[in-house]
Write a protein that binds this ligand. Sequence first.
Ligand SMILES: *Cc1c(COP(=O)(O)O)cnc(C)c1O
Length: 386
Amino acid sequence: MSTAPFIVFGAPDIEEAEIQEVLATMRSGWLGTGPRVAAFEKAFAELKNAQPAQVAAVNSCTAALHLSFVAAGLKAGDEVITSPLTFCATANAILHTGATPVLADVDPATMNIDPARIAEKIGPRTRAIVPVHFAGLPCDMDAIGALARKHELAVIEDCAHAVEALYRGEPTGTLGDFGCFSFYVTKNVTSGEGGMVLAKSERDAERIRMLALHGMTRDAWKRFSDEGFKPYQVVEAGFKYNMMDLQAAIGIHQLARVQEGWERRRLLWARYQQAFAALPVALPQEPPAHVRHGLHLYTLRIDKARCRIGRDDFLTRMTRAGIGVGVHYTALPEHPYYQQTLGWRPEDTPEATAIGRETVSLPLSPKLTEAEARRVIDAVHAALGA
Ligand SMILES: *Cc1c(COP(=O)(O)O)cnc(C)c1O
């Protein structure tokens, strides 16, 4: 066992500004959805070159996905094509609308959904495509957009890894009809828990804001403001998905440092690429010139035949060395629920399945010190006997 302190995977970089803002929010007496959420939405819209009326802050990316799917009109009997190499929330949110997720395998080089496989899965019931910008690398949005136009499909981008990513200069989340972002603790920008919808149409964003708060026509903080009491009306059976000011208090300052965090991760990323170049592991592909990578995850592939150690043993060795590691992701068809209810089989998406069995994510938090980065690098070499 290592005696050095454990390096927590995805440790958030919380600074004094967030702490003071949380305290100020608590002292203000207004913890719920209010002025800080509005300020966070405004700052987020600016980052994305969008209008504040196009965004809606919610309490998770899962909620953002669910509300986008509802706003896109998905219902029972519809099919939605997505990636097998994603967090379960992507598929679960589709299921919660009554629609059926359909998997199109990934391109092993990019780990992103392969447009050629999407084309094979489009049928008479297909209504939408949900590309997941894996690790922060934008999907092939030219090809996906062309398929969507040809077959009149909605595009809902899962941007949980891709808050900083650009595709041909355009921010991810603005390429499809909806973009869904996560501010979960391990993500590049965190609010503890939180999410954001970025909708192409302001009307969709308006409806999502309403659906996020019970389907009521007026925000509570406006109802009780000094403009006077205004009763609400329920116009749809909505959800309880609103973000709190307490969460936005964290998010506002995280967002203000988004570029700083990205620069720091870019240095770490480059350092890893160089340090592992001679090892018998597969490294992430260098991003093509027309994209800006969000640099959310740094993943290695541990092929047992080449590395003489399996991925799971590698995870154990890293953990014993005091390095927190992650698996993104075990392919969705490996999970019993989807096998039992949808009949998915790992062999039907062989690329995602192989990645899911071989992949490991290394710490990439901007909080990582030089000495900690050195420890990660040394531990990888030691684990591989190199
Ligand atoms: C984290 C994540 C989600 C879910 O985000 P929450 O904010 O935790 O709901 C969805 N999709 C992907 C790809 C993710 O990484």
